[in-house]
Every structure is written in C-alpha cells, then in structure tokens.
Write a protein of this length. Structure first.
Length: 355
C-alpha cells in the first residue's frame, strides 16, 4: 500500500469556483468548450428517476485525455430552429432532442429565446461505448452556458450536464470523480472531484474490438435492466459498498484492491445487462479475448485490470510503467483491431474563440 501522494486540490474546477469571465475577443452569444471522456471504475447503471435523470447508484470515474469532445454554441438571432451537427453531420432527431433539452434549460436560466447552432466534434470513435455522451454533454453544457452569458459554479454545471447524461456530470471535473446516487426531492445532484489527475500515474489502454456504433445505447439498456433483471435489487443494494472499495483503493494507491473492485463492478454491470429481457450482450469475441489477456498479464505480475461499458471495447487500467507491455499484449490479441492510450486528464474548459 502506498502513502497518499498529494494533498493538492483536484486538477479541475473547484465546485465553488466560477467560470472565468468571458474573454474579450469572444463575441457575446457564442462560446466553445472542450471536455474529456471518462470511464467509470465503479459503474452507474440504473436510474432512481428517469425524468430527472437521477442515478440509482453512486459511480466513480477517471477523466481521460486525450479522448475529448469540442463543442461550439452560437445563439443566432437569425435562426428559427436549433441545429446540431456531430462530426460534421446533422445529428439524428433523438440526439438532437437531447441537445435541445439542454439548450432549453440554459435559455430558461438566462432568460433568452434565441435558437442555437451547435457543432460538436469527437476526438475518438462516436457511439461505440467510449462515453462520447459524457464528454459531449459536459462540453455542451459549458459552451451553452458561457454563450448565454451565464456564470455557473462547477457544481451547477455538473448538475446541468447530469440532467442530460449522468456520466457527463463527472466529465465536468478532472482526475478521479464521484457522482453520488440521487433521489427525487434531494436537490440538484452534481458530481464531486475526489482526487487530482496527478494523484496516481495510471494509464488506460483501450482495446477497440469492433467498428461502428453500438447496437443498444446505455440509457435504453439500463432502463431494461431496472425493469427486467432479477438481479437489479441486489446491484443497487451493493453499489455503495462497491464504490467505497474503489474510492479506498484509489486513495491508498493500492492497485491490487483497485483491480478487484473495478472488475467486480464492471462484471456485475454486464451481468445485469445479460440478464435483462431481452438480454443485452455488448461483448464481442475480441472483448473476451482481451479480458483473458488482461488476466494473464496480471497473473504474471503486471498491474493491470479491465473494465467495459455499454460497448464491446475493453478499457485496461494499468500503472504507467506497465503501459507498453499491456499495449503490446493487447495488440497481439485476436479480435483487437487497435489500441488507444489515455491518461487521467483535466475537467471541462471553456476555450477561446467563436467557430
Ligand atoms: C456504462 O451516462 O450514458 O458508461 O444518464 O442515460 O445518459 P444516461 O446514461 P449514460 O450511462 C453511462 C453508463 C456506463 C457506466 C458509467 O459511465 O458509469
């Protein structure tokens, strides 16, 4: 067990801190923001309230760079409808509707009625279980509030992002982040920064095991699990303890304990998906091969563990020194098309410049 390394404040916005004032060179009505993806070490799966988008369980994540989304928002006096493009393409109606819901909240808070042009670019594969909704809605929330002239605390920004996508609440902060479970009537739920990115020199090697978009999104699948998996009540009951195990292992920089807690949470989440009706199976042959490769490495003494989200890719968390070995082993694993490397990164940033 290692001693805690640093007592520095998290590498992210302080919840009480306000956004920087609008830079002089940026016109009123437009802003751009960049947010990084995150992966949950203790998973969120299931809502206590679907309308308010409140998670039924706590989750704990690490924000990852360079996996990021950049989003620009322009409130345009000449536009008569909101327009949303993702990676240069007009987004499908369901995705547009979720963006419009965020814009509506922002317009309401700012007391404006203008329609917006939103352009978003993902710097990693979209919709393939790499948490693009997390970085996407965190970047959108930051850009839209800044463009509307609002100056929200990081906690208020996180609560806004959470209303669109719960994992997005976590991407507002850098480093290691917790999103508590929520209950209706308990106030506006936001994520909390736990430890700075510098706390532990970890890397994440993502094994890409399929191309294209996933078959079923996390929202639909987790609602299905809540409604149909007989294991759902046990999942909710054990989630607080599971999240605590991850938090304690992180605080102590105890990799062995972290690996056990991370894999238990991920496999339990996938057990819920698989026992839903109809069953949801995100795993591809390459996913299973990668999970076994990680186990072999760990049995050989390499500090690495695996976690999976609502998609087939395997995210392998390792200590920095093990990264090259992990990457080599995964690259040689059948069914792994490519690998991406990420490290703990910063929270959302409103960046200069109109599009
Ligand atoms: C498997 O945040 O995408 O990635 O709140 O409905 O938008 P909504 O769900 P979303 O779910 C993420 C689920 C997960 C686990 C996690 O990130 O904690």
């Amino acid at each position: 067990m290692n001693p805690p390394k640093s007592t520095n404040p998290p590498n992210s916005m302080n919840p009480a801190q306000k956004h920087e004032p609008r830079p002089k060179s940026m016109s009123a009505g437009q802003a751009r923001a960049r947010a990084c993806a995150n992966i949950a070490m203790a998973k969120y799966w299931g809502k206590s309230d679907a309308d308010l988008n409140l998670p039924a369980v706590p989750s704990l994540s690490v924000t990852l760079e360079p996996l990021s989304t950049e989003t620009s928002v322009v409130f345009d006096p000449s536009a008569d409808a909101d327009v949303f493009s993702l990676d240069g393409q007009t987004a499908p109606p369901a995705e547009r509707a979720r963006v419009v819901a965020v814009l509506d909240r922002v317009r309401h808070q700012a007391g404006i009625g203008l329609r917006a042009r939103v352009e978003s670019v993902n710097h990693f594969p979209t919709g393939a279980g790499l948490a693009s909704s997390a970085s996407g809605f965190a970047a959108l929330s930051a850009a839209a509030t800044a463009a509307a002239g609002l100056s929200l605390s990081a906690a208020a920004l996180s609560a806004l992002a959470r209303s669109a996508s719960a994992s997005a609440a976590r991407s507002v902060f850098g480093g290691f982040v917790k999103l508590p479970a929520g209950r209706p009537g308990q106030g506006d739920l936001a994520a909390q920064p736990l430890l700075p990115a510098s706390h532990w020199d970890l890397s994440v090697v993502v094994a890409i095991t399929a191309r294209g978009r996933k078959a079923i999104g996390s929202r639909t699948a987790m609602n299905l699990s809540r409604d149909t998996s007989r294991y759902y009540p046990a999942w909710v009951e054990g989630a607080e303890a599971s999240c605590k195990r991850v938090a304690e292992a992180l605080a102590a920089r105890d990799f062995r304990a972290l690996a056990a807690a991370v894999e238990e949470s991920s496999l339990a989440m996938h057990a819920l998906a698989m026992t839903s009706s109809p069953p949801v199976l995100y795993w591809q042959p390459g996913s299973v091969a990668a999970l076994h490769a990680v186990r072999r490495l760990r049995d050989a003494g390499v500090p690495v563990c695996a976690t999976m989200d609502a998609g087939p890719h395997v995210k392998c968390i390792c200590e920095r020194d093990a990264r090259d070995r992990v990457r080599r082993a995964l690259s040689e694993t059948p069914g792994v098309h490519e690998t991406l490397v990420a490290v703990p990164g910063p929270g959302v940033r409103v960046t200069l410049g109109a599009p």
